[in-house]
Design a protein around this ligand. Structure first.
Ligand code: BJW
Ligand code: ZN
Length: 258
């Protein structure tokens, strides 16, 4: 282990000099809370292909099955708590001059951990809307198969982004700008295979950011990163925050002694 502990000098120096730090998260950040990931042996989709559930075609074919899947996930999310990885990202808001959090997750756990600004690229499981009139439905009753719109009787769907659908424009534009502007960009707990979200770390790198990946396994992104921190985000991120805070404090002490 070096003087910087488990983290390289290059990473810690990049972080203490960074003006804008950006974190981009996927299902892995919530895995330690007990929310299943999508891919891999333990993923939700080891039993279902993504297109069988997360697409408009799937919803039109069998809306009750798709709602059953979302109802199941809503129940899990309602019973779990944010983990130390979410808490570390909330802490990063005060650790760096500028911090942007971008998530592919729909589970609200970043907000529940105290993050005040979150760009949600794939929607939010708490919201739904009517396919016929567009009315938003914050709370849907899932007791009888497919929820119906109280205004027009149309079928209501979750306000999430399915395959073949555009990402919300404002969230996407803000995320792409943050990636272009980042001094350090973290890709955390994502398999980095779903586009266009997966292009953000590569955009950041192309625009000069120091690119860091936190994941229990290598991904297609790993060969492009400056630092690959292998392990659970709930362990790595709090340690990294402590290491950055300690380094900032020691630099300030050194300055005040001059
Ligand atoms: C840990 C850990 C721990 C575990 N600590 N790590 C360009 C190229 C190729 C294809 C396309 C392209 N552009 C568009 C496409 C098509 C498609 C796509 O990307 N397909 C690829 C899969 C091939 N993209 C789209 O369709 C997107 N729309 C679009 O492009 O619009 C333009 C368009 C319009 C019309 C026609 C064509 C294009 C929309 C994508 C929407 C994705 N939606 C979902 C569902 C959201 C709602 C819901 O949650 O139900 O989003 S799919 C699912 O995947 C979900 C996730 O947000 C997303 C990413 O998954 P994520 O988060 O990476 O999870 P996992 O499970 O894959 O990975 C978990 C990781 O954590 C693993 O690496 C573990 O190792 C790690 N881990 N424990 C740290 N403790
Ligand atoms: Zn309606």
């Amino acid at each position: 282990m070096s003087a910087a502990g488990p983290f390289s000098e290059a990473l810690l120096e990049a972080l203490v000099h960074a003006v804008h730090v950006v974190a981009f998260t996927g299902a892995g950040i919530s895995a330690e809370s007990g929310v299943p990931t999508f891919r891999g042996p333990e993923g939700i989709w080891s039993k279902f292909k993504p297109e069988e559930l997360a697409s408009m075609d799937a919803f039109m074919r069998n809306p009750a099955l798709v709602w059953e899947w979302y109802a199941h996930r809503k129940t899990i999310i309602a019973t779990v708590q944010p983990n130390p990885g979410h808490a570390a990202l909330a802490r990063m808001e005060s650790l760096f001059p500028r911090f942007t959090l971008i998530t592919q997750n729909i589970d609200n756990l970043h907000r529940r951990a105290g993050s005040t600004s979150v760009h949600e690229l794939h929607g939010n499981i708490e919201r739904s809307y009517c396919l016929d009139c567009g009315k938003t439905h914050p709370n849907v009753s899932l007791s009888d198969g497919v929820p119906r719109c109280s205004a027009c009787g149309g079928a209501v769907r979750p306000d999430v982004v399915w395959f073949g659908e555009m990402l919300p424009e404002i969230e996407w534009e803000a995320s792409a700008s943050a990636a272009e502007d980042a001094d350090v960009f973290f890709s955390i707990g994502t398999s980095a295979v779903v586009y266009p979200a997966a292009s953000l770390p590569l955009t950041a790198k192309r625009c000069g950011a120091y690119l860091v990946e936190v994941n229990t396994e290598p991904t297609p992104l790993t060969e492009s990163v400056d630092a690959f921190l292998r392990g659970p985000s709930g362990i790595i991120l709090p340690r990294l925050c402590d290491a950055v805070a300690a380094r900032v404090a020691s630099r300030e002490r050194a300055k005040s002694n001059i």
